[in-house]
Design a protein around this ligand. Structure first.
Ligand SMILES: [Zn+2]
Length: 412
């Protein structure tokens, strides 16, 4: 195939040089979609949908990596999304008795799910197991489902100051008034549930419902910052780091009381216009713990590889072989690399409609030299996006990638 426009060649050259600066076949995480497209569910693992393509649904994995995914069951919406904070290597706070926040959050979340379900609400948990999951993935799940309420369950660490009452803290979005009302109701119910226990509590000045900001107007918590259109709140029922409070949280009836309190708050939020209470002014706290990134997150294999076969005529195959050799790649890597370059080119081009007018016809995929490439679910995203852009099938996209690479190699 030929590229008729010099501008396209220039753009692709820029794109390829950027791709070359990444490691081979590394992918760029696209911004999460703002359209609610639902999620795919498989064995309790949630895959929010980013985009539909002819090759399949592009979703993100628990580690927030895009893959092409054709398994699972579609869930389009739910009433409530519950997020058990932390997971995997991120323990959160740890009690002197060995109770780990990561596990306690999940125990309480599962109880809240049971309570809400018994009242007829549909509920989804961002995780149902001890799964490492970055904040961005938790909020992608909420955004994909647009629930009536999104509550992240935590148990605090750090406070030392003695208090006669539990140090319950609930955080809300700085500007979303419904988020604020949800937080006020959560504070009211959780505080009420704990205050009758006789425990040497600890607290801080943030006891109540407020917004923690990294700078004026900007929520410090990604859970809130990434979900501006959803009533969201983070509940820190008490201080797990305080040994007597950790002891209290070991008791099943206490876990259940907390879950019932959270459930009542959510139910009141959805069915009444109660304002909640315990509000405190927002405050700026630039010092954050910095957990919740995707660093070190390792996904299980969630989808099979896809084998894409293409044929080349003798001339094409000779050029392909020598160009790949010149680039120090196998012909399989070379074809893949070309498709990733095209995908990146499309990303760079996404704001410029003039280039989209260029007519590019599908390459012929027949010939007597056959080459097959195994595409992982992650690398299929490039195949799917380029195919969707040009209306090409996967074999045609693969050949287009090869043709691009042969052309670029000839420029040197
Ligand atoms: Zn936490």
């Amino acid at each position: 195939m030929r590229f008729s426009s010099k501008r396209i060649i220039k753009f692709i050259t820029v794109a390829v040089s950027i791709v070359l600066s990444f490691s081979l076949l590394s992918t760029v995480n696209a911004a999460s979609s703002t359209v609610s497209m639902g999620v795919m569910l498989e064995d309790g693992v949630v895959f929010p949908i980013v985009e539909e393509t002819a090759l399949g649904k592009i979703v993100t994995t628990p580690c927030n990596t895009e893959i092409v995914y054709n398994s699972g069951e579609l869930l389009e919406t739910v009433d409530v999304v519950i997020d058990p904070g932390h997971g995997g290597p991120e323990t959160g706070s740890v009690g002197a008795n060995g109770l780990v926040e990561r596990d306690l959050n999940l125990i309480v979340a599962l109880l809240v799910e049971k309570e809400l379900a018994s009242m007829g609400y549909t509920v989804l948990l961002t995780r149902r197991t001890d799964l490492h999951m970055p904040i961005r993935q938790r909020t992608a799940i909420a955004n994909a489902l647009s629930p009536k309420a999104f509550v992240s369950i935590h148990h605090n660490g750090g406070a030392q100051r003695r208090s006669d009452v539990p140090g319950t803290e609930v955080f809300h979005h700085v500007e979303n008034l419904e988020s604020k009302r949800l937080a006020g109701l959560l504070f009211e119910e959780i505080f009420e549930a704990f205050k009758n226990y006789w425990v040497p509590w600890v607290n801080t000045v943030h006891n109540g419902a407020s917004s923690r900001l990294s700078e004026p107007g900007r929520d410090a918590y990604g859970i809130l910052r990434n979900t501006p259109a959803i009533p969201s709140a983070i509940a820190e029922a008490l201080y797990l780091s305080n040994p007597p409070e950790a002891e209290l949280m070991m008791l099943p009836e206490v876990q259940e009381n907390e879950a019932k309190a959270i459930t009542r708050a959510i139910h009141r939020f959805i069915t009444t216009s109660d304002p909640g209470s315990g509000f405190k002014p927002s405050f700026i706290d630039g010092v954050m713990t910095g957990t919740g990134s995707a660093r070190g997150c390792v996904d299980s294999k969630h989808e099979q590889d896809l084998k894409v076969t293409v044929a080349y005529d003798n001339d094409e195959f000779a050029s392909l072989t020598s160009a790949a050799q010149k680039a120090g790649m196998s012909i399989e890597e070379f074809q893949m690399f070309g498709v990733h370059a095209l995908d990146l080119f499309l990303k760079l081009d996404s704001g410029d409609n003039s280039l989209e007018q260029e007519e590019i016809s599908a390459p012929s995929i027949t010939g007597s030299n056959v080459s097959s490439v195994e595409w992982t679910a992650e690398s299929q995203v490039a195949l799917a996006r380029v195919g969707a852009k040009y209306g090409f099938n996967s074999s045609e996209v693969q050949k287009m990638g090869a043709t691009l690479m042969v052309f670029l190699t000839s420029l040197e």
